[in-house]
Design a protein around this ligand. Structure first.
Ligand code: C2E
Ligand code: MG
Ligand code: MG
Length: 682
């Protein structure tokens, strides 16, 4: 019901409706217990206390209270105690005062043992007494002298009494839960009702058998623990499995699966009640640095601290989830307006503002939060998530901390949005495919490398070029799966070609968003080792535009990438007013002169001078220039004359399907004498 570490055990504030409810229920329960014990009389109690039976049952009730059958492993879930058959057997045999007293003692002991707060324990105690009281009222219709053993049709009354207990208990507890979590009553009641009925039914059905055993011989009673242990064990196991399936192992927070489920529930509820739902996406800034400098165990502890702080900063009923890495989400099933959602976001940021002390060092955490609201920004989970993600990206980019989704900051058009859903499917179903375009030496026209270019084999629209969908992936949480997909289809190819002797570096393009993802080096490193690809076989192309706009943010990631041993290439040079001098210190091996620049240099003498001096500078800085988009022999020659060492373009080869690459290489050779780069077997 609640997150781990939730605040349920912190008592409600005095005077709130929940407080009034808990206080009055507790008072009523204690009054009922007091009055019934008073009427019963001390003498009869003493008489009963002399019987071993009462003590044996008390033991069974205590053990049963400590071993409840839970629906989930949430600390907030009390579960159904396996004490029920024994407590209820006492109620049938001796009535409310005895059952109530034994239950009260057991509840108090279990409360202390399980570390419950006093207010929770006394409420539980009162709740039992009241439920037993209601059940007892039904039993009074038929019960005879104590100890009463029901026979024949009297069992129907026992059943009715059990049902009364179940309903009273349900109402008493769920009213508190509904008030605490601010969910409608019917939702609280309806939750897992089938399972609750089943477990209670099984436990109640044992009660008359316990009564019979009690009357026969007290030593038969403990035998009931065997079926109860079996029931308890299997229920605990399945609750554990369910918990594991829905929670993040490291932090114990909800995982994506549970977040989706809860969001969908919240959306359908909000739709009926014309309310708003908020989805917040959080991404830690610079978490990667901690992970890298101090190692994963420390990074993990940091994430656990973050999780704890976030879980403590939301209201009951809100859900904090970890989506993986340093990405978290918070679901607000009911939020008044954008301002309230911003308030929550601010509260979450404040909770992380206090430095975290780990390994004797203080860490300052900062987080960027993106907010999207239903129904203002999106009608369903997918879009809500996408838009929160866009907002978060804007928050990160502008360093504002918190951003609410705003359509004008989102470059998605409607048509693109419908493509978005399809892209998600495409990623899942492997519709993305890599084509490979050779880079050719201008000295001898032999291949010196390949560039991997992504295509989407769309079932209806045919092969789509990257500009139709890469920006879409870039603006959404699909980016990581996209990068993963590109790596996972390219790396096995490289591995295969290299093992066959075609030892050419293969370049993969990385967009700004990919480079801003601190997990990128991990994705690349893991891919390289999984597919046995030597790092020198992989080259990463980074567009000049990215270097102009995001140099500070991406430089640490670029350095980490080059530490892996992969080489870098500055793509689209000439489109972004990048000063080559800034590249100093970055391990860039080649500069790719953009196709527009190449074209201009051939048409216009000024352009020619600019390109020539740029190529010159590239050489002086110890890098090599590659011309892009070379479509004719004339251009190839001109670029060669200007000092480019290699070129890429349809004049040499268009982007080829993977299966065509080896044939092309065998026909055109793959030797690169000038560079000393390793050769193909051609
Ligand atoms: P880019 O990295 O500059 O790629 C070169 C582009 O030039 C490719 O376009 C290629 O098909 C095209 N091209 C090849 N020969 C010629 C020619 O003779 N003349 C002209 N005018 N163009 C030629 P493509 O495949 O449409 O890719 C466009 C851009 O999309 C790429 O530009 C790259 O920035 C991006 N991209 C491609 N694949 C990926 C990928 O896997 N991940 C990411 N993040 N971006 C990618
Ligand atoms: Mg490229
Ligand atoms: Mg380019």
């Amino acid at each position: 019901m609640l997150d781990p570490n939730s605040t349920r055990d912190v008592g409600p504030r005095v005077g709130t409706p929940l407080w009034v409810y808990l206080a009055s229920t507790t008072a009523a329960g204690f009054a009922l217990l007091g009055v019934s014990l008073f009427n019963f009389g001390l003498d009869r109690l003493q008489e009963l206390a002399a019987k071993p039976l009462i003590w044996v049952i008390l033991c069974m009730v205590i053990i049963g209270e400590l071993r409840p059958i839970v629906r989930s492993r949430m600390p907030s879930d009390d579960g159904v105690p396996t004490s029920l058959p024994f407590g209820f057997a006492l109620l049938i045999s001796y009535g409310l005062p005895v059952a109530g007293l034994v239950q009260a003692i057991a509840t108090a002991i279990a409360g202390v043992a399980r570390g419950y707060s006093t207010h929770r324990t006394v409420f539980n105690l009162a709740q039992y007494t009241l439920s037993f009281g209601a059940a007892n009222a039904v039993l009074l219709l038929a019960s005879g002298a104590a100890p009463w053993v029901p026979h024949g049709p009297e069992l129907l009354i026992v059943m009715l009494s059990g049902a009364t207990y179940f309903v009273s208990n349900l109402v008493l507890v769920e009213c508190a839960v509904a008030m605490h979590e601010r969910v409608p009553l019917h939702l609280a009641f309806g939750k897992d009702l089938g399972q609750r009925l089943f477990v209670n039914g099984v436990l109640f059905s044992l009660a008359p058998l316990v009564v019979v055993a009690m009357n026969h011989s007290v030593w038969l009673v403990p035998l009931f623990s065997l079926p109860l242990v079996a029931l308890y064990t299997s229920a605990t196991l399945s609750a554990k499995r369910e918990y594991q399936a829905n929670h993040d192992e490291l932090t114990g927070l909800a995982n994506r699966k549970l977040l989706i489920l809860r969001t969908q529930e919240a959306l359908s509820e909000a739709q009926q009640r014309k309310q708003r739902v908020g989805l917040l996406l959080l991404d830690l800034d610079r978490f990667k640095e901690v992970n890298d400098t101090l190692g994963h165990p420390t990074g993990d502890r940091l994430l656990q601290t973050v999780a704890r702080r976030l879980a403590h900063s939301v209201r009951p009923g809100d859900l904090v989830a970890r989506l993986g890495g340093d990405e978290f989400a918070v679901l607000l099933p009911q939020v008044r307006d954008a301002a309230s959602a911003r308030e929550v976001a601010a509260r979450l940021r404040v909770s992380l503002a206090e430095p975290v002390r780990l390994d004797g060092m203080d860490f300052d955490l900062e987080v960027s939060v993106g907010i999207a609201l239903y129904p203002n920004h999106a009608p369903d989970f997918e879009l809500l998530m996408q838009r929160a993600d866009i907002a978060m990206y804007v928050a990160k980019e502008r360093r504002t901390g918190v951003e609410l989704y705003a359509p004008h900051k989102d470059r998605n058009s409607t048509a693109r949005l419908s493509l978005f859903g399809e892209l998600r499917r495409a990623l899942a179903e492997g519709e993305l495919e890599m084509f490979y375009q050779p880079k050719v030496s201008l000295d001898d026209h032999r291949a010196v490398g390949l560039e991997a270019l992504v295509r989407w084999r769309h079932p209806k629209r045919g092969i789509l070029p990257p500009e139709e969908f890469v920006p879409l992936a870039e603006q959404s949480y699909l980016m990581r799966s996209f990068t993963h997909e590109v790596m996972e289809s390219t790396l096995p190819r490289i591995s295969h070609w290299w093992s066959e002797g075609h030892r050419l570096p293969v370049a993969v393009n990385l967009s700004a968003r990919e480079l801003l993802d601190p997990t990128l080096p991990e994705i690349v490193a893991a891919g390289l080792s999984r597919h046995g690809v030597p790092p020198e076989a992989l080259r990463l192309e980074i567009s000049e535009r990215v270097m102009v706009a995001e140099a500070d943010a991406v430089t640490p990631i670029i350095l980490t990438l080059s530490d892996l041993g992969v080489s870098l290439s500055l793509d689209d040079f000439g489109t972004g007013y990048f000063t080559l001098a800034r590249i100093k210190g970055l391990p860039v091996e080649e500069i790719k002169i953009d196709e527009s620049f190449v074209r201009r240099s051939v048409d216009d003498p000024d352009g020619r001078v600019i390109v020539e001096s740029a190529v010159d500078l590239v050489g002086t800085l110890g890098m090599r220039a590659v011309a892009e988009g070379v479509e004719t022999a004339g251009v190839a020659e001109a670029m060669h004359a200007m000092g480019c060492y290699a070129a890429q373009g349809r004049f040499f080869a268009p982007p080829l399907e993977a299966a065509e690459v080896v044939d092309w290489l065998l026909k055109n050779g793959g030797l690169d004498h000038s560079s000393g780069e390793r050769t193909t077997s051609a």
